[in-house]
Structures are given as structure tokens and as C-alpha cells.
Design a binder for this molecule. Structure first.
Ligand code: FMN
Length: 140
């Protein structure tokens, strides 16, 4: 069973979460411009909110790598706490790719809001979430 982590990060917050998740589940951690080389049962996909939606690079990653993705588990951050989950789920469904019904979301720093977020606690929570998900999904 294979697990991969891919993310898109403008400011480094999603990257921090991605690295914490990758460490927790012992997976490689790369940006979405790097294709999946092999089939992955689970892809933890880091997609934070920019202008109310995920960056187009994340949607492109799903389309370009659809046949190598078993299931997507979304994680990310946003100033408001809103998640890209619905948009990612819909983009994945358009490619016949499954998305886990649960996702990880935390506050993200933007302008003068949420200074330092995602912080160490957010990263620890993301790592716990990922460990639980791979148990639930039966990936060991
Ligand atoms: C260009 C830009 C647009 C953003 N638009 C939104 C938005 O519409 N809603 C929101 O809640 N946060 C918004 N944010 C805040 C980001 O979601 C937040 O900073 C997040 O943690 C970014 O992750 P990153 O550091 O990995 O890029 C925006 C941030 C940037 C840089």
C-alpha cells in the first residue's frame, strides 16, 4: 500500500502541514507540479484557499494524475477557516477519483490575521488526523 503527499503553498503554511503529515505517515512530500510516479492508494492533497478556491495547479494535478490516485484526502488552511474540500471533491469526481469524506482544515495567516498559523499545534493535529485516516482507510 502506497501513500503520497502533494501540496500547493504560496506562503509556506500548507507546506508545513504537508511535511508534518508526510513525516507522520512515512510518505514522500512534494509539490503538485511533481507527478505521481506510481499508483498511490492514498494521496494527502494540500489545497488551501486563495480567492475563495484552490489554486488551479491543484486541480491540474488531479486531472494529470487521476489514474495513479486511489483516494484523495484533503488538507489545508484558510484565513476564514473555510476549506477547499467541496471544490476538490468536485474536481476529483470529474476525473472519477474518490475523495475521503473527512478533511483537515486549520486557520492560516493572511495579512494581519491568524499570525503564525498554521502553528506547531496545527501541524501536530494534521499529523494525528493523517495517522487516523490511514488506519480507517486500511492502508499500512
Ligand atoms: C492571494 C491570496 C488569496 C487568499 N484568499 C483567501 C480567501 O479568499 N479566503 C480565505 O479564507 N483565505 C484566503 N487567503 C489566505 C490563505 O488561505 C492562507 O494564508 C493560507 O494559510 C495560505 O496557505 P499557504 O501559506 O500555504 O499559501 C489568501 C491568501 C493569499 C496569499
Amino acid at each position: 500500500m502506497r501513500i503520497d503527499v502533494r501540496y500547493y503553498s504560496k506562503g509556506g503554511g500548507t507546506k508545513k502541514l504537508a511535511e508534518a503529515i508526510a513525516k507522520a505517515v512515512n510518505a514522500e512530500c512534494k509539490t503538485v507540479d511533481q507527478p505521481l510516479e506510481k499508483y498511490a492508494d492514498v494521496v494527502f492533497l494540500g489545497a488551501s484557499v486563495y480567492g475563495g478556491k484552490p489554486d488551479p495547479a491543484v486541480v491540474k494535478f488531479i486531472a494529470d494524475n487521476a489514474r495513479n490516485i486511489g483516494k484523495i484526502v484533503v488538507f489545508g488552511s484558510a484565513c476564514t477557516g473555510k476549506s477547499t474540500f467541496p471544490a476538490i471533491k468536485s474536481a476529483a469526481a470529474a476525473q472519477a477519483v474518490k475523495t475521503a469524506e473527512v478533511f483537515f482544515q486549520c486557520k492560516g495567516e493572511w495579512l494581519f490575521f491568524n499570525k503564525g498559523r498554521p502553528n506547531d499545534q496545527d501541524c501536530a493535529d494534521a499529523a494525528d488526523f493523517a495517522k487516523k485516516q490511514i488506519k480507517i482507510l486500511g492502508v499500512t
